[in-house]
Design a protein around this ligand. Structure first.
Ligand code: SF4
Length: 516
């Protein structure tokens, strides 16, 4: 079968033209015997997506989490200039396939597994991931192994050749709803763990919640293949009921919000910022060990961003649509439904997870520094998110994870120099990730983190001074109101970035404490 090859001339003067990789069909009747491999997000996202896939009777298995060995395996088999997410993800597939081949043999692996990955076009390597995978398959001698692309911007695509994989509404909605729920669990996790009183309790409740939601996705009722399923996903309280149950589980966690922590917003290239593990030096866990609270990047922001280029084209009359006005209205309605669904899930979790940022605002904030039509990677969003975090005091600092050899991120890091010229108070740590220079990257982050911690402490002391409260008075008040120490007690955002300072300002508004 055909695989990716460069045009070459062999000694007998026969020209071998380049042929793009084309997978063998994955037939409908093979579905019971074939396992779909996938990966690239966090274990929480992947487990809920597995629930959605199992619900549709697919065998599905996420790739193991990335390790340092995956970097070496990827470097061996793909081109040297590849960006580090491409190397890591290709290496991860390679190492898994090697293990499977060792246990089952090549023929079995070719027949019993397929790999499903997101695809896109555009100026960066994201549009070329599948070429790297194909190159690696060649290197492994697994030419017949099948990999399929899931376009990010279509809910209903044609089935993969042979009908074994149907990329239709039930599948797409199941996967997207799984991602939205996992994003919100991730927010709960990162806003709770740094303050937990009993070490390890957050991780235990998280695991329990993910397993519970996995079952919810696995048992999702069948409502047809088109509009019936769409209407059901949008209107049913099936998922919100489940999320309320998760909220109840979370209520059991005791927290101490008087711990002063620097809050660090993570941004960066999509894969690198989402990943939790050796692919980004485990930076999120490391930041928690360094006495900070991480604000993680939800995948939902990326999906929201994908809607906007088409809206912009219509606004600027660059679209070839026959009915631009109608299409514009439909896209705005779709956006409202998307944000509405996300907020419905948030409400079921007591409004604890963070709101999605307004894409219009991100564009407006970034506009003087980075044009929104420069596509590739996260585009203008990196500038927009850093400024959004700064202006709205969402965190004390922004840590931007930039892959080695990534063109879009290099541009945005360059533009940030201009932003910092205008906003010198903005704390920004751009970290280049190559996979093998951990000490250098973390020590750079630590330099900015030191100042973020100093600001968090000053903010807390300022809040105590402003309100006249003392930590002793607050402790006594907490004894009489144990609900304040539950992870589900929501602290409203006042004029500070840090949780401890906002907690003090919030309590000062409580007249009962003033009398205590
Ligand atoms: S955004 Fe950068 S790191 Fe990500 S796929 Fe594109 S080039 Fe690679």
């Amino acid at each position: 079968m055909a695989t990716a090859q460069l045009t070459t001339i062999n000694p007998s003067n026969t020209i071998n033209h380049y042929k793009a990789y084309k997978p063998r069909p994955f037939k409908r009747e093979e579905r019971d015997k074939v396992t779909i491999l996938y990966g690239g997000l966090t274990w929480k996202h992947e487990r809920l997506m597995q629930g959605a896939l199992h619900n549709l009777k697919y065998n599905a298995e996420p790739l193991p989490n990335i390790t340092r060995e995956d970097l070496d395996a990827g470097k061996e088999l793909i081109d040297v200039g590849a960006c580090c997410p491409t190397i890591f993800t290709t290496g991860s597939l390679v190492n898994l396939l090697k293990t499977k081949v060792a246990a089952q043999g090549k023929e079995q692996v070719n027949d019993k597994y397929v790999f499903l990955t997101a695809g896109a076009c555009g100026p960066c390597r994201f549009g070329q991931y599948h070429e790297s995978y194909a190159m690696a398959l060649d290197g492994l001698g697994l030419r017949d192994f099948r990999l399929f692309l899931l376009a990010q911007d279509e809910l209903d695509q044609r089935s993969a050749d042979g009908g074994g994989l149907e990329i239709n509404m039930p599948l797409s909605l199941g996967l997207i709803w799984g991602i939205l729920c996992a994003d919100q669990l991730m927010d709960l996790e990162y806003m709770t763990r740094p303050y937990e009183v009993n070490p390890g309790q957050t991780d235990r409740v998280l695991k329990e919640s993910v397993e519970y939601l996995y079952d919810v996705f696995r048992q999702r009722p069948d409502r047809g293949k088109k509009f019936g399923t769409l209407a059901w996903h949008l209107m049913s309280n099936y998922f919100t009921r489940a999320l309320r149950e998760v909220h109840n589980k979370w209520q059991t966690i005791e927290v101490d919000r008087l711990r002063v922590k620097a809050k660090v917003k993570i941004t960066g290239e999509f894969w690198l910022q989402t990943h939790e593990g050796e692919g980004n030096y485990n930076i999120k866990r490391w930041l928690e060990q360094e006495d900070s609270e991480v604000v993680p990047p939800p995948v939902a922001v990326w999906l929201h961003y994908l809607l906007h280029p088409t809206i912009r084209k219509l606004e600027h009359r660059h679209s070839t649509s026959k009915h631009p006005r109608l299409q514009g209205l439909a896209l705005h309605a779709l956006e409202r439904i998307y944000r509405g669904t996300y907020n419905r899930f948030r409400r079921a979790l007591g409004n604890l997870p963070y709101e999605l940022p307004d894409q219009e605002e991100l564009r407006r904030l970034a506009e003087p520094f980075y044009h929104f039509e420069l596509r590739g990677g996260e585009g203008h969003m990196l500038i927009g998110k850093a400024l959004h975090t700064y202006h709205h005091k969402k965190a004390h600092m922004t840590c931007e994870l930039s892959p080695y050899s990534c063109m879009p991120n290099t541009m945005s890091v360059g533009s940030m120099a201009n932003v910092l010229g205008k906003y010198p108070e903005l704390l920004y740590a751009p970290i280049e990730v190559k996979g093998d220079s951990e000490v250098h990257a973390l020590s750079r982050c630590q330099m900015i983190l030191t100042e973020a911690k100093r600001r968090a402490s000053a903010e807390f002391e300022g809040a105590l001074k402003k309100t006249g409260l003392t930590t002793e008075a607050i402790r006594k008040y907490e004894e009489r109101h144990p609900e304040l120490r539950r992870a589900t007690y929501r602290i409203p955002h006042r004029d500070c970035a840090g949780v401890a300072a906002n907690y003090v300002l919030h309590l000062a508004e409580d007249r009962r404490l003033a009398k205590a």
